[in-house]
Design a protein around this ligand. Sequence first.
Ligand SMILES: [Zn+2]
Length: 329
Amino acid sequence: MTIDEAFALVGQAEYYQVVWRFDTGEITSVTALDEKPGKMFWSQLRQSLKDSNPPLKGTFFKTAKLTWEALEDITQNTAEREAQRRHEIATRQAILNRWANQPAEQLLDILETASYEWPMGSHWDMQFLMEHLFYFHHDDLKGSLKQRLHHLAARQPPFPEIEAWRWALRLNFELRVYLATLDHDTDTLFDIWRETSIETSYISDMNWALLMECYAFAGGKDAAIIDDLVEHVEHSRVFFFHRYEAMLNLGRIGAAAGSRAVEVIRAVIYDSSPTVTALRERVCERISIPDSAWTPCPHCYHGYVLGAGDHSFSRQICRVCLGIGFVAK
Ligand SMILES: [Zn+2]
């Protein structure tokens, strides 16, 4: 049907589902929805259009916001937009795969000069690059290369090529944390810990987890920070993510985490999945058995391995040590 014909079907309902042919853009149905589309809408729609022939796509509109132009835009340009999106994803993955094989020096060049080729250059890509350098080129980051990272961290403004100030601060925060960790500088990490709170506007949950993790990697064992981590396990505001990360990092710290950490972990971490149970048990063992009985996991760096995801640049938790970074001798 034409867009005019589709419009003629719109009545009093507050929401309408519209379905169209993916290849030609022709609208095939306009259906009133009984209620506001909830969480299940997209999965049900995907399921109902799966294997359709010709291929169909669908969405919903709030009637008050439905215009002729909006319908035209979403139905007519679908195929072109989808092709563009696929091209962008494929190009991005090819570049990430290439980055995974480039030496640290060249990756640093990209960060320093901000010379990103299309479609790279978002803050995510910068974050990816820094993370990759830290986890998978840590042995190269010495001398002049490390000096270059320190210069990057000292730049003002921190990342001039990023428009959003919050993101620039966040990347700068990560870089400072990585550098202190490479230097095993637990004092600086302690200071960052004290001056940072989850309420700090540019700090995200992921940054907070990174700080916990880097403090543990660097060998930090300060009682006040361990108390904070135990507190996170016991009363985390952001329910599972923080609690889980704090537990994992107490395991990374090892025996210094102390018996109270084990008591709290056992009291509040339930058998919610086999993964959670396995990690809880491993963390409790790691804390209860003296550090001398453990050795760094030979399969990973600080609990992470490279490249089992969509592209070879991605980072995964090590299956052998469950992310703790140590295995029993
Ligand atoms: Zn491992």
